[in-house]
Design a protein around this ligand. Structure first.
Ligand SMILES: Cc1cc2nc3c(=O)[nH]c(=O)nc-3n(C[C@H](O)[C@H](O)[C@H](O)COP(=O)(O)OP(=O)(O)OC[C@H]3O[C@@H](n4cnc5c(N)ncnc54)[C@H](O)[C@@H]3O)c2cc1C
Length: 356
């Protein structure tokens, strides 16, 4: 370690706060995470796709490289978490097949893929050889186009569970409290919890997803973060097996299907401007209908669960790690649809900040 041992307070225990806490603790620092309900924000609803091909942005072409760098960090991260997991905690390197329903959907997919390609994403022109099963599963009305081999998925619940166990092993304290205010002085930082309890440290990181309210208004003026509600649906089909993910557009709406081990199938995701964590019947119906249009056999899958989360979105959908003027606080947010993919990047920035 190149820096003195620092006491770090992390406000927010979603995937960003938890993985940042882990890497800071692994670097030899003392960490306290404060969150009334760790891992139950947007993190709870995530599909667990580690999919840089879905991260192409006209405004931010550099995001492609950042996304690919974060993707490359995942095998080592999972290997380091394996001792803390009862399951195998695999990275399923299955890739993504892009699909479209009608001619307008095809045009939109092609436009997206052109942008992604221009930013360095690599696609091959067909479904990988040997996956005849996927061809059989997709409706004959669906056209497949490009295949992104770098995309993968994890079990997001398994990853979060292992991170929490690793945090306990490293004596990272998790205080189940809601933070109502943050402050700093020459000595360090402190947070005030709803109960009146105060937690102090040398450095602080706010990783509260879409809700930056623990920070003073002046500190929040640098970025606008708003909630975009999304749902994922978990299904079960004993006949289903792991295979390439499918991401496509059906009648103008994006939809994806992740076939996981043990017959589990995850479909996602709706996208609405809303701060209400509710599942609307219309959103659920559209998502199921679009997924079954792509893969008709889903009509016979068993419904298991629907989860809802509020994604932290910036106007240009770009995540940020913003060191605030006090130099003692940082704000890590805006990970929108890719908080799992981008968490290793956010954690690396967090360690650099604590050691600065
Ligand atoms: C439907 C859906 C599907 C998704 N699928 C994927 C995917 O496949 N791959 C991917 O990479 N990403 C995916 N995402 C995006 C990903 O889930 C988010 O980008 C990520 O969870 C953001 O993490 P976060 O830690 O910033 O926020 P959150 O997970 O929302 O965590 C914020 C935490 O802060 C806490 N908090 C808030 N206010 C306070 C306070 N005042 N005091 C203390 N604690 C506070 C909350 O309790 C919460 O635990 C998906 C998101 C959704 C909604």
């Amino acid at each position: 370690m190149n820096s003195p041992v620092r006491r770090t307070v992390i406000v927010g225990g979603g995937v960003i706060g938890l993985l940042s806490a882990l890497e800071i603790a692994r670097a030899g620092h003392l960490v306290t995470v404060v969150d009334p309900q760790p891992a139950l924000g947007a993190t709870f609803a995530a599909a667990g796709m580690i999919a840089p091909s879905a991260e192409a942005s006209v405004e931010h072409p550099e995001m492609a490289e950042r996304a690919m760098a974060s993707r490359r960090a995942w095998p080592e991260l999972l290997a380091s978490l394996k001792p803390f997991s009862e399951t195998s905690l695999d990275l399923f390197e299955v890739g993504t097949v892009f699909t479209a329903f009608d001619s307008s959907d095809r045009r939109e997919i092609q436009q997206y893929l052109d942008i992604a390609r221009s930013q360095g994403h690599v696609f091959s022109s067909d479904i990988p050889a040997g996956d005849d099963l996927l061809r059989e599963l997709l409706s004959p009305r669906i056209t497949t186009s490009d295949f992104a081999s770098a995309d993968a998925f994890v079990d997001p619940d398994g990853v979060v569970h292992a991170i929490m166990k690793a945090l306990a092993f490293l004596n990272v304290e998790i205080r189940r409290q809601r933070v109502v205010a943050t402050s700093h002085d020459d000595q360090g930082v402190s947070v005030v919890c709803e109960s009146g309890e105060v937690v102090a440290g040398d450095r602080g990181i706010v990783a509260t997803g879409y809700d930056g309210s623990p920070l003073p208004l002046t500190s929040r003026s640098s970025h606008v973060v708003r909630p975009i509600r999304g749902i994922t649906v978990r299904l079960f089909d004993p006949e289903s097996s792991v295979g390439p993910m499918v991401r496509g557009i059906v009648r103008g709406r994006w939809v994806y299907i992740v076939r996981r081990p043990g017959g589990s199938i995850l479909i996602g995701a709706s996208s609405d401007e809303s701060e209400d964590r509710v599942v609307e019947v219309g959103a659920l119906r559209r998502l199921l209908e679009d997924a079954a249009t792509m893969m008709p056999s889903l009509e016979w899958a068993r419904f298991e669960e629907v989860r809802v989360g509020l994604r932290p979105a910036t106007p240009d959908h770009s995540p940020f790690f913003n060191v605030l003027v006090s130099q003692r606080w940082a704000w890590s947010s805006g990970h929108f649809r890719h908080g799992f993919l981008m968490a290793p990047n956010a954690a690396r920035d967090a360690v650099a900040f604590v050691e600065s």
